[in-house]
Design a protein around this ligand. Structure first.
Ligand code: FAQ
Length: 316
């Protein structure tokens, strides 16, 4: 490493240690840039692919009120994807390239969106558990070192918080409804609990990126620590509405003040991440088809913008 680069690196780390945000035009190590592009593009893809399981229920929502709320939520997720692609573009990667990586299977997106939404209660479970887990992670990311990412997180967290409440409200209505409705809520909890726990990433002893990301304050907390907070917050909410968690080893430890849980099936997690979950192929196909079907709209918009620029240039 040349001397200048050593100095730059020391100054960069000192800024991070002091809590000063890194901005797009600031000097940054190449690996910091690459790690951020990886994480932010995966996050953006997750928001966009994450629209699919819930989108599946928009036309089948049980009332106009539920439909309007779900429609707004799914649109919010699209917005989150857009902020995140824009924030990632500040690091020098183009949106087309990120989408190409998603469509060719080079880029990941969250494991959780490879599970199916079989009943209306799954919409409640996603808001309560998936958005609940996402908030735990994202409120930590909002304090992260990269300015554009952390600022995008502040707004996203506010919206996720509404998503989380709407999901829990659906679960409350079902849990206090007819025996059939309660059974539907319980079934959704049974199917979404473990995948939601897993979506927070592999355990700390198997998380190759964490140490580096934490030293750069991109990640503020480890996967296991966020997972524990999510469990501690969510279990009393389930207890309160009379649902049971599909984990016979789940118990509160008075001494530590935390819930202890049973073993996580990491084999299932890595299998889903590798592309073998119940919906991986369908999710990717839906995104690839949407890209293909939307090509003419992008081309028309580009042609329109070009025509206007020409007119303005001639008029000037
Ligand atoms: N799925 O070393 P680590 C949402 C991969 S947004 C798939 O621990 P890292 C909102 C990981 O990429 C949900 N792959 O990795 C919503 C790495 O592979 P790589 C998304 C996963 O980066 C709600 C390898 O495993 N949120 O839900 C997963 O330090 C409802 C080793 O792992 C974000 O993306 C997974 N779950 O920690 C939308 C937040 N976990 O890339 C619609 C930003 C790990 O080296 C509806 N991201 N992997 O080949 C993060 O906070 C982190 O990237 C983690 C992973 C915590 C996800």
């Amino acid at each position: 490493m040349v001397k200048d680069e050593k100095k730059l690196l020391a100054e960069f780390q000192a800024k991070i240690d002091k809590g000063v945000k890194i901005e797009p035009k600031d000097w940054m190590p190449e690996h910091y840039r690459k790690q951020l592009i990886r994480m932010m593009s995966q996050h953006a893809h997750s928001e966009i692919v994450g629209m699919l399981p819930e989108g599946n229920w928009i036309t089948r929502a049980p009332s106009l009120r539920r439909k309007a709320i779900l429609l707004a939520k799914v649109q919010d997720e699209a917005g989150h994807g857009m902020y995140l692609y824009s924030a990632a573009e500040t690091l020098g990667i183009d949106r087309t390239e990120m989408l190409e990586q998603l469509h060719t299977g080079k880029a990941k997106y969250s494991s959780i969106f490879n599970y199916p939404t079989l009943t209306w209660a799954d919409i409640g479970a996603i808001g309560w558990l998936v958005d609940g887990a996402a908030i735990m992670n994202q409120t930590a990311l909002a304090k992260g070192s990269y300015g554009p990412y952390s600022r995008a997180m502040v707004r996203i967290c506010k919206e996720e918080s509404f998503h989380n409440r709407q999901g829990y409200e659906i679960m409350c209505s079902l849990a206090f409804g007819t025996p059939e409705q309660k059974a539907m809520a319980q079934d959704a909890l049974n199917r979404w609990w473990w995948p939601a726990i897993m979506m927070l990433g592999p355990s700390d002893d198997n998380s190759p990126n964490s140490a580096e990301l934490m030293s750069w304050k991109v990640k503020m907390e480890s996967n296991d620590s966020i997972r524990q907070r999510f469990i501690d917050r969510t279990v009393p909410q389930g207890d309160h509405i009379g649902l049971t968690f599909p984990d016979p080893l789940l118990k509160f430890n008075k001494e530590t003040g935390h819930y202890e849980h049973g073993p996580i099936n990491w084999e299932e997690f890595f299998n889903v991440v590798k592309g073998n979950g119940p919906c991986n192929k369908a999710r990717l196909k839906a995104r690839v088809d949407a890209d293909k079907d939307g090509k003419w709209v992008r081309e028309a918009a580009e042609a329109y913008a070009m025509k206007h620029t020409e007119k303005e240039t001639l008029a000037a």
